[in-house]
Design a protein around this ligand. Structure first.
Ligand code: SDX
Length: 369
C-alpha cells in the first residue's frame, strides 16, 4: 500500500514498461534511442504516431520560433540569489509564463497543443537563462541564433556559441531517453493536477516540484556530487564501502519498477564512454563503472537513468546545478502527453485513504485543556 507500490492508477496508451521493456507508444526505447530525434519523439508522444517530413519540419520550426522569452521573465530570474535552487527558479518561471498566455484556461485540444509548444521551448530558454544569470552572464537572444533542433537551441542558449555536432547529438539522445516513463511520481502529479480541469501550466508546475526530489529527478545531480567527491578511481572502494556501512542511499541506483536494471542505463553508459573518448579523459566514466560494479556486487542494485547521465552531462560541460532541469525539459514532453490524454477523457483523480487515526473523540472545552 505505501507509496502505491504496483497500484494501477489509470489507463494510458502513452508508455509501457512490461517485463522491463520500455516503449513510447509501442516503439521500444532501443529503436528510438538509435534512430529517432527528440522532435520525432515529442511528436510521437503527443500524437501517438511518428511524424512525416512536413509535420516534423513544422514542429522543429515552431520550437525554434517560440524560444524567445518576455523580458519580465529575465527580470524575475534576476530577483533570485545566484545560489538559489535552480529547480525552484524553473518552477517559478514556468508558473509566471501563465501571465503571457491568453488561452491558459482553455483545455481544448487546439489550445493545449499551442501551450505544449510554448512550454517545452520556453523551458529550454528559461533553463539556459537561469544558468547564465546565475553566472552573471547576459542571456542569449534566441533571435540571433540559427539552431535546427531543441538540443542545439538549448546548448547554444546555454553556452552562447554554436555547439559541436557530437554534443548536440549526445544531448538529443539524452532528451529521448528521459522523455517519458509511464506513471512516475512527477507524471502522476501532473495528471492529478489537470484532472481537476486545471490548466497545463499548473500540471507542469506540479510535475517540476515533484521531479525536484532526490528520490526522483534530482538523483542525477547527487550522482555528479558523488563522482566529484570520490575524485579518483582509487577512492571508489573506501567511499562506497563507507556509504554501504552507513546504510546510505546510493544515488543513481535502484528503481521502483526495474529490479534487474534500467533499459536506459546502457545507452547512457555508452554515451558516457563516447564522450570520454572524445575528450580523451575517461576519469568520470571509469569512476562510474567502478561504482556500478561495486554496488551491484555488494547491494545487488543496478544503475538507473540518473547514474550515467551524470557523467554524460559532466562531459558536455553542463553545470550540475541544472542537471535536473534538463531532466525536466525532456520529461515535459512526456508530462504534456499525459496531460493531453487526461484532458481528452477526464475523470477527477480522487483515491481514498485507509483511516488509522482516533475514533469517537469527545470534545473538551478550551478551559479544561
Ligand atoms: C527516477 O519511477 C520512475 O519511473 C522514476 C524514473 C523516471 O524516469 O521517471 O525512472 C526516474 O526517479 C529514477 C530513480 C532516481 N532515484 C535515485 O537514484 C535515488 C536512489 N534510489 C532509491 O532511493 C530507490 O531505489 C528508489 C526511490 C528509486 C526506489 O525505491 P523503492 O522502490 O521505494 O524501493 P525501496 O526504497 O523500498 O528500497 C527497497 C530496498 C530497501 O532496503 P530495505 O530498507 O528494505 O532493507 O532496497 C534498498 C532500500 O534500502 N535500496 C537502496 C537503494 N535503492 C533501494 N539502498 C541503497 N541505495 C539505493 N539507491
Amino acid at each position: 500500500m505505501s507509496g502505491l507500490v504496483d497500484v494501477i492508477a489509470c489507463e494510458s496508451s502513452v508508455c509501457s514498461i512490461e517485463n522491463s521493456v520500455l516503449c513510447y507508444r509501442g516503439y521500444p526505447i532501443d529503436e528510438l534511442a538509435d534512430h529517432a530525434t527528440f522532435e520525432e519523439v515529442i511528436f510521437l508522444l503527443w500524437h501517438g504516431r511518428l511524424p512525416n517530413q512536413t509535420e516534423l519540419t513544422y514542429l522543429q520550426q515552431s520550437i525554434i520560433e517560440n524560444a524567445t522569452l518576455p523580458k519580465k521573465i529575465y527580470d524575475l530570474l534576476s530577483l533570485y540569489a545566484p545560489w538559489g535552487n535552480c529547480m525552484a527558479k524553473l518552477r517559478t518561471a514556468v508558473s509566471f509564463l501563465t501571465h503571457f498566455d491568453d488561452n491558459v484556461m482553455d483545455p481544448s485540444p487546439d489550445a493545449d497543443s499551442h501551450k505544449a509548444i510554448l512550454i517545452i521551448t520556453k523551458m529550454a530558454a528559461i533553463i539556459a537563462a537561469i544558468d547564465r544569470i546565475r553566472n552573471n552572464l547576459e542571456p542569449v537572444d534566441a533571435t540571433t541564433i540559427q539552431p535546427t533542433s531543441l538540443a542545439e537551441l538549448f546548448l547554444w542558449l546555454l553556452k552562447g556559441e554554436k555547439p559541436t555536432a557530437i554534443a548536440t547529438k549526445a544531448l538529443d539522445k539524452c532528451l529521448i531517453l528521459h522523455a517519458e516513463h509511464e506513471l512516475n511520481a512527477s507524471t502522476f502529479a501532473a495528471r492529478v493536477t489537470v484532472s481537476t480541469m486545471s490548466d497545463m501550466y499548473s500540471g507542469i508546475v506540479s510535475a517540476i516540484g515533484t521531479l525536484k526530489g532526490p528520490l526522483h529527478g534530482n538523483a542525477n545531480e547527487q550522482v555528479a556530487l558523488m563522482l566529484e567527491e570520490i575524485g579518483d578511481l582509487s577512492r571508489v572502494e573506501p567511499y562506497i564501502t563507507d556509504k554501504i556501512n552507513r546504510n546510505d542511499r546510493i544515488m543513481g541506483f535502484g528503481h521502483r519498477v526495474y529490479k534487474n536494471g534500467d533499459p536506459r542505463a546502457k545507452h547512457l553508459k555508452a554515451l558516457s564512454l563516447e564522450l570520454a573518448d572524445w575528450h580523451q579523459d575517461r576519469r568520470w566514466y571509469d569512476i562510474s563503472v567502478a561504482i556500478a560494479s561495486l554496488v551491484q556486487e555488494r547491494k545487488g542494485l543496478m544503475p538507473n537513468v540518473d547514474f550515467y547521465s551524470a557523467s554524460v552531462y559532466m562531459y558536455l560541460g553542463i553545470p550540475h546545478n541544472i542537471f535536473t532541469l534538463i531532466f525536466a525539459l525532456s520529461r515535459s514532453s512526456g508530462w504534456i502527453a499525459h496531460i493531453l490524454e487526461q484532458h481528452a477523457n477526464n475523470k477527477l483523480i480522487r483515491p481514498r485513504a485507509n483511516y488509522t487515526g482516533k475514533r469517537d473523540a469527545v470534545w473538551i472545552p478550551l478551559s479544561d485543556r
